[in-house]
Structure formats: C-alpha cells, structure tokens
Design a protein around this ligand. Sequence first.
Ligand SMILES: Nc1ncnc2c1ncn2[C@@H]1O[C@H](COP(=O)(O)OP(=O)(O)OP(=O)(O)O)[C@@H](O)[C@H]1O
Ligand SMILES: [Mg+2]
Length: 242
Amino acid sequence: MAGKALLDIKGVETYYGNIRALNGVDVSVDEGEIVALIGANGAGKSTLMMTIFGTPRARSGSIVFNGTDITQMPTHEIARLRIAQSPEGRRIFPRMTVMENLQMGASLDNLKYYDEDVEKVFHLFPRLKERIGQRGGTLSGGEQQMLSIGRALMARPKLLLLDEPSLGLAPLIVKQIFDAIRELNRTQGLTVFLVEQNAFGALKLATRGYVMVNGNVTMSGSGAELLANPEIRAAYLEGGRH
Ligand SMILES: Nc1ncnc2c1ncn2[C@@H]1O[C@H](COP(=O)(O)OP(=O)(O)OP(=O)(O)O)[C@@H](O)[C@H]1O
Ligand SMILES: [Mg+2]
C-alpha cells in the first residue's frame, strides 16, 4: 500500500440516542486510493460518512484527516479542510440552476480558480454544461448525481466522500459516474472514499474495500480479494450484478 493515511478512523462509536449505530469502526484511506465501503441496508455506512463530518458526533474513538484530529471539530470547520461529500440522496438545491449549485460548492478561498474549476466539472460531465441554466430539481437522477459530485469538486477536495452515487441509476449512467470517479483518481490523484450497495461495481473500481455488518467492519482487503471471496459473493454479489 502506497502513501500515508489521509483519513484514519479508529475505534469510532456513534449513537442515535441510546442506540449504538457504530461499534468501534477502524477504517483508513491512503492518499491516492479509492476505498469502497459495502454492506446491507442499515449497516451503518451513511452513519460513518456523516460521523466523519461530525454530525452525528463520534462518542468515542478518533478521526484524523491529513494529520489533524477532527473528531471534535465543528462541522463547518471540517468542511474547510478540503474534505467534500456527495451525501446519500444527493441533496442538490432543487430551485437553483446547475450553475448556481456549482457556485454553492465553491469556497471563498478558491474563487481565483472558479472559472477553471467549473470548466473541469463540465469536462468531466458534459451533460451538465448542456443543462447549465436548468433548475436542479428538474434534472434526471443521473444528472443530479453528476451535479452533486460536481458541486463537491468545486471545493477542490483532497478527499471526496460519496454516499451511494449509483443508487437508482440505470447501468449506463452508473458506468459514466464510476468512469468519472476513476478518471478523477487517475488524472488528479483525488482520494475517494465511497459507500455503495452496488458491491460489484464498487469493488471493481476500488483499490481496497471494507465490509460493514451491523455497525462493525467484518472484512477488508483489496477490491479483487473481496470480489473473489466466497462469503462476499454469497452475501453481496449473488446474481452477479454488473
Ligand atoms: N437519525 C437517526 N436516528 C435514529 N436512528 C438512525 C438515524 N439514522 C440512522 N439510524 C439508524 O442507524 C442504523 C444505521 O443507519 P445508516 O443510515 O447508517 O445505514 P446504511 O448502511 O447507510 O443503510 P442504507 O444502505 O439503507 O443507506 C440503522 O439502524 C438506522 O435505522
Ligand atoms: Mg446509507
């Protein structure tokens, strides 16, 4: 494994009221990697993504990003550290245009790169350029996902967190989204941590993967190792989704 850990999560426990959703999770993501987290509905995948941003907050354990302990850092400060996310359900601004949504993703520190960054997003997702003045809420599901990723990229992240980018999308669009993630990683060295129910696609894309069951990481390995693992095949790849 090359590089140092850009994100290092150790022993994280997160609760909703008295209910523990994460039971001491260890996950690390090295610089330049694409790491996938797979698991069934309710396993705690989104909770882990949100805990990285401090909402909800880890009750114990530690989260270190790029050498800084962010476990107790306020969410708005974490966002300034060049971690960006495309959350579950995309959460674009439905009444704003494509362009305005992208503007919302840009941070004041990066205004001098604004035009260049918008061009990069349009290069990655030409479809968005065609829809530049259209309101977010009227975009197709796939276009909304592209916009959600594009908006996150406007923050010039070192680490991009993606929660279920393929959810509900047709196979051709899923391929476009995964190709774009691979391209960002390959050409810009962007580090990506993604949550997916599409275990097959995610493990093919990822350098490494983790499997989460009931708030615990139960397995980890290279994408290829996990794809070949009989237990994983039985639990998550039955029927061989492509
Ligand atoms: N705001 C909340 N309040 C109370 N419980 C919650 C809340 N959000 C999530 N949970 C619970 O925490 C557990 C983990 O949920 P989480 O959304 O992290 O799962 P997930 O792995 O992302 O599932 P999915 O694949 O369906 O998105 C579930 O049992 C869920 O019901
Ligand atoms: Mg989820």
